[in-house]
Design a protein around this ligand. Structure first.
Ligand code: PMP
Length: 445
């Protein structure tokens, strides 16, 4: 706090606790920073205290805060036509859909727009059930798919909300080499065993009852679990063999986060673009959250299934013009400025090596994993037994980081280091130095 705090900061914090019913993650009381502004990878409070936003808010501000071209596009659209119903055609909606299709590849021919990630997942699940005439959706225990009806049930045991009305969801374990409960060994072996496990689950449930396998390309909230070689491709093959649709959730991993437009198109040991899903969900990075948006990218085969039958889905704000203008401007700016390639380079040359060097220096860091600007750092008490550090350790670490002006996402015994794709090497170096300092300070306590 400065000598004479800005009254807006106090007012923001007061109203935040007296008038806002918070999301689950902060209901247990909080001491929130009131964010007043931002630019690029930095945000500041009402007193001008600056923070490196290495969480990109909720891993969505991929293009950085206040990108001028995106702000300008939203402003221009607001002055022209601020809202339009989905039952009318609208140029900017079509432009946004076409740009997304161009990025997704030739297998896809339509985009169904939603307001965010959870409703994208809801609609993808509904499409899969209607197309296959089957009910069951398989998804990973270690996953996050959103906090609405089917999406939260698909999310698995991690943060599961008890829902006795939830039917038709079955979970399986995906690969996680660092904490491999049921299989161990090399990444290749982990991949093969995880695929055998999934195959057993499919057989046990009955393949003809399964509508979809829903997976994140890189499970994000559950720990940035980059898939081992052959896993995604193996899941694709299992799905195809049994007439099951493959839904890949790119809500967090897409639009530059993993140094790729879509993480599932990266080379995970089978060559680039070796996995073609039937449906792809997206949201966050598509317009960096400047205006809420999400959607489902639909393959030709699924589109064709709705030629003679109506898909009973639709939202008042589907393809909202402000959100669409932000998507068009975001994709254009990311292409023009090489932002996705930049994110890949930052991961390969700065953030990845820097975090690994920190792990070498601090035994309390058990593992570092990720790609692009999408990383997790796991903290353990005992590097051999890999026992997670206590909640008190993580709270102290979070406080030490915040004091130093560094804001990552903190989940369980991990910090997720996910700066905007536009982060500079100098900002990465500064962030790593602050992280080093904070870990040292907490270790010494
Ligand atoms: N899917 C994934 C992979 C996510 O990470 C998230 C959000 N963290 C969602 C879906 C849900 O998105 P939203 O919060 O926009 O509903």
């Amino acid at each position: 706090m400065t000598e004479s705090p800005n009254p807006d900061g106090a007012r923001a914090r007061e109203l935040d606790s007296s008038a806002v019913f918070h999301s689950w993650s902060t209901q247990g009381g909080r001491d929130a920073i009131a964010i007043a502004g931002g630019l690029g990878s930095t945000v500041w409070d009402h007193d001008g205290r600056r923070y490196l936003d290495f969480a990109s808010q909720l891993v969505n501000v991929n293009i950085g805060h206040q990108h001028p071209a995106v702000v300008e596009a939203i402003t221009r659209q607001a002055a022209t036509l601020a809202t339009v119903a989905p039952n009318h055609a609208n140029l900017v909606r079509g432009e946004a859909a076409q740009r997304i299709l161009d990025l997704a590849g030739p297998a896809f021919n339509r985009v169904f727009f939603t307001n965010g990630g959870a409703d994208a997942v809801e609609n993808a699940i509904r499409m899969a059930r209607l197309v296959t005439g089957r009910d069951t959706v398989l998804s990973a225990y270690r996953s996050y798919h959103g906090n609405t009806g089917a999406a939260i049930v698909a999310t698995g045991d991690w943060r599961r909300i008890p829902n006795r009305f939830a039917r038709g969801h079955v979970h399986f374990f995906g690969p996680y080499l660092y904490r491999s409960e049921f299989w161990a060994g090399s990444p290749e072996e982990e991949s093969q065993r995880a695929l055998r496990h999934l195959e057993r689950v499919i057989e046990a449930e009955g393949p003809s009852t399964i509508a979809a396998i829903l997976i994140e390309a890189i499970p994000g909230s559950s720990g940035v679990l980059v898939p081992p070689p052959g896993y995604l491709r193996g899941v694709r093959e299992l799905a195809s063999r049994h007439g099951i649709l493959l839904v890949i959730d790119e809500v967090m991993s897409g639009f530059g986060r993993a140094g790729e437009w879509f993480a599932h198109r990266a080379d995970f040991g089978d060559g680039r673009e070796s996995v073609v899903p039937d449906l792809v969900t997206f949201a966050k990075g598509s317009n960096s959250g400047y205006v809420p948006a999400g959607g489902v990218i639909v393959s030709e085969a699924v589109t064709a299934a709705f030629t003679d039958t109506v898909f009973p889905g639709g939202l008042t704000y589907s393809g909202h013009p402000l959100a669409m203008a932000a998507i068009v401007a975001t994709i254009d700016a990311m292409k023009a400025e090489g932002i996705v390639e930049h994110a890949a380079t930052i991961g390969a040359e700065h953030l990845g090596p820097g975090l690994r060097a920190l792990a070498e220096a601090h035994p309390v860091i058990g593992e570092v994993r990720g790609m692009g600007v999408f990383w997790a750092v796991e903290f353990v008490d005992d590097p051999d037994a890999r026992t997670p550090v206590s909640a008190a350790f993580m709270a102290a670490l979070g406080a030490a980081l915040r004091e130093r002006g560094f804001l990552p996402l903190i989940v369980e015994n991990r910090i997720h280091v996910a700066p905007p794709c536009v982060v500079t090497p100098a900002e990465v170096a500064r962030g790593l130095a602050l992280l080093d300092e904070a870990v040292t300070a907490v270790e010494q306590r």
